[in-house]
Design a binder for this molecule. Structure first.
Ligand SMILES: Cc1cc2nc3c(=O)[nH]c(=O)nc-3n(C[C@H](O)[C@H](O)[C@H](O)COP(=O)(O)OP(=O)(O)OC[C@H]3O[C@@H](n4cnc5c(N)ncnc54)[C@H](O)[C@@H]3O)c2cc1C
Length: 476
């Protein structure tokens, strides 16, 4: 884009949102997301921060008419490069869409703008004695719009499901600039083709979410949890599937392997028995009395396989275990300065094999690797550690991620459990989906965005001839 065109683009955006909230992109490197330098280099001409759905519609209508690409950006905590603009054009930041419509107690619903942070949604629910279960790890930064766009999960997705299960209505702007409301404040609906669910997990390719009506549920009266520890990794990973097969459904079953423990054992709030090679952080919840009974069932189910099951004695102790668990990504980050996070998901009875093969992949590509994640969901988050300045190491991490994707597909899983596809995993889609399924997905994208201007180069890539300008991929 020439300087003159860029100037007129910014002037047009400023006329919609006000001059303080639109500008030229001076330094594209500020537009990375939490995947950091693993993404392709950002390329954008202008940024805009609308305050209302009407302003979002104005921006999209203007861009659509002139063929300008638009990349939506929430809290930029995504780990797949989804919010990173690749094709120039406009980055539309949704952080000013912070309207809070209030909690509807009779219907257990909360009406919020897309830019409200996940943590604030949790606070609003809690203040009203209710619960919003989806709990992705970077909740103070991530936004509800970003959570919906990625169908975010988190530890409690095991019992409660990922974000999709908690969205009953979406307000969005479609590519040509039309504001639409999808869904209704009802508990069931078999009327329309379900465009609302289609937008969940669409990563900004089908429309820009401006608000949502999310479901809440009564907060559990009691939570009980603790650590289950194993001297043998395979026994520990197998125990996860056995636990669920025994008929217990914990709220969360988080796993961590020996390589993770080597990094975080020193900060563990409880002393770990020597020889611990695998661990689970397990939580059960329910009405008073129910959770304690369920915890006893957990202890019984794990008695034969674990070396110890340590129950947190108080709510404070359980919270310290969760704080410890949430510290893992930060600790891993300090080791070499970066890591490529995997997010594959396999059937839970394949967890042991998946973990063993993850270790083999790390060794094959010469990358220090550890793995922790949502064991009950079979959702692995291996961290392939990299020095962000080392291009060779970054390349090896991409190849390890390729091998990880193949492994998950071989075991009957998928290439992403909750982080989404973004640009980093777009090439995996052709391995996961048959040509007919790929064509159908590309057709949906083209139907809603005929000029392919929304988040180009992400998620499902329509055929090059439909796409126009080809987007370079990281590695073939
Ligand atoms: C430390 C850490 C822990 C994490 N733990 C988890 C976890 O446990 N579970 C989990 O699921 N994820 C986790 N994540 C990943 C990330 O937090 C989630 O993917 C989150 O949902 C992204 O939200 P965001 O607002 O930051 O979105 P962004 O990163 O800004 O964007 C993500 C995608 O959504 C699109 N998008 C954003 N907002 C909108 C909108 N309003 N309309 C349309 N499209 C939009 C973007 O274009 C992009 O494609 C973690 C990340 C970090 C850094």
């Amino acid at each position: 884009m020439t300087t003159t065109i860029r100037t007129s683009l910014v002037e047009a955006l400023a006329s919609i949102v006000g001059s303080r909230f639109a500008g030229q992109v001076e330094d594209p490197s500020t537009l990375l997301d939490a995947a950091g330098p693993l993404s392709q280099p950002p390329r954008a001409d202008a940024w805009v921060r609308p305050k209302t759905p009407g302003e979002v519609a104005g921006v999209l209508a203007w861009c659509y008419e002139r063929g300008v690409a638009v990349t939506p950006r929430g809290g930029a905590t995504g780990l797949s490069g989804g919010a990173v603009p690749l094709s120039g054009g406009v980055v539309i930041a949704l952080d000013r869409l912070t309207r809070v419509g209030g909690v509807d107690h009779r219907r257990w619903l909360l009406d919020v703008g897309a830019g409200v942070t996940t943590a604030h949604v949790h606070r609003l629910a809690r203040e009203n004695g209710l619960n919003f279960p989806p709990d992705p790890g970077a909740a103070e930064q991530s936004q509800i719009g970003g959570n919906i766009a990625t169908n975010a999960g988190g530890p409690h997705a095991l019992k409660y499901g990922a974000t999709r299960a908690w969205v009953t209505g979406i307000e969005a702007v479609l590519a040509p600039g039309e504001l639409v409301r999808l869904g209704a404040p009802v508990r069931k609906d078999s009327s329309e083709l379900d465009l609302k669910s289609l937008l969940v997990g669409s990563e900004g390719t089908l429309g820009i979410i401006t608000g949502a009506l999310v479901r809440l549920t009564p907060a559990p009266e009691e939570r009980v949890g603790g650590l289950a520890l194993f001297a043998d990794a395979r026994a520990g990973a197998t125990a996860v599937g056995d636990l669920l097969a025994s008929g217990v459904l914990p709220a969360a079953v988080e796993y961590f392997d020996a390589a993770t423990l080597a990094l975080v054992a020193a900060t563990c709030p409880v002393e770990l028995p020597t020889g611990t090679a695998f661990g689970l952080l397990i939580e059960v919840d329910g009405r008073a009395g129910e959770a304690a009974r369920e915890w006893r069932e957990v202890e019984d189910a794990l008695a034969g396989s674990s070396s110890a099951v340590l129950r947190a004695g108080t709510a404070g102790e359980l919270q310290r275990l969760w704080d410890w668990r949430h510290s893992f990504p930060g600790v891993v980050m300090t080791l070499r300065g970066g890591f490529r996070s995997g997010d594959v998901v396999v059937p839970v009875d394949q967890l042991a094999d998946a973990l063993q093969r993850t270790g083999e992949i790390g060794r094959e590509y010469g990358l220090r690797t550890c793995s922790f994640g949502h064991g009950g969901d079979g959702n692995l988050h291996p961290a392939f550690m990299i020095d962000p300045r080392d291009a060779g190491e970054i390349e090896r991490a991409h190849r390890a991620a390729d091998a990880l994707a193949d492994m998950a597909l071989e075991l009957g899983g998928t290439v992403s459990g909750e982080h989404g596809i973004g640009s980093l995993k777009a090439r995996f889609m052709a391995r996961q989906c048959s040509p007919a399924v790929l064509r159908a997905q590309a057709a949906v994208r083209l139907a809603l965005d005929p000029k392919l201007l929304l988040n180009p180069g992400k998620k499902v890539l329509p055929a090059p001839e439909a796409r126009g300008d080809p987007i370079p991929s990281i590695a073939s």
